[in-house]
Design a protein. Structure first.
Length: 103
């Protein structure tokens, strides 16, 4: 759980609770729960400055490349918009990673 405290989503949820006059320390389990929901959701955009940008998750970016390449080899299909496919698959796998890691 200490790792969850390092993510920006932890601070976001804590600030949200403070806005509603709720002490995040008292409701820390709820903070973690909402944070994991945010982390495991599929967002549509990841900025290059984001903690979740592909260059910061190089291993995942490499996996995305391999999955697409292998699928093209097996299926014989060449994708027209490879950039969009890579971006969407990356977002999908990143959300999947957090769902598996934090349940």
């Amino acid at each position: 759980l200490n790792v969850l405290r390092t993510y920006p989503e932890y601070e976001l949820v804590s600030q949200l609770l403070k806005f509603f006059d709720m002490n995040p320390k008292i409701y820390e389990n709820e903070v973690f729960y909402i944070e994991t929901l945010l982390l495991s959701s599929q967002i549509n955009f990841i900025s290059s400055e984001s903690k979740y940008a592909p260059q910061k998750f190089a291993g995942l970016d490499a996996i995305v490349e391999k999955v697409i390449l292998r699928f093209q080899q097996i299926s014989g299909i060449d994708f027209d918009n490879i950039y969009e496919l890579k971006k969407n698959l990356y977002v999908h796998l990143l959300a999947c990673y957090y769902r598996v890691r934090y349940g």
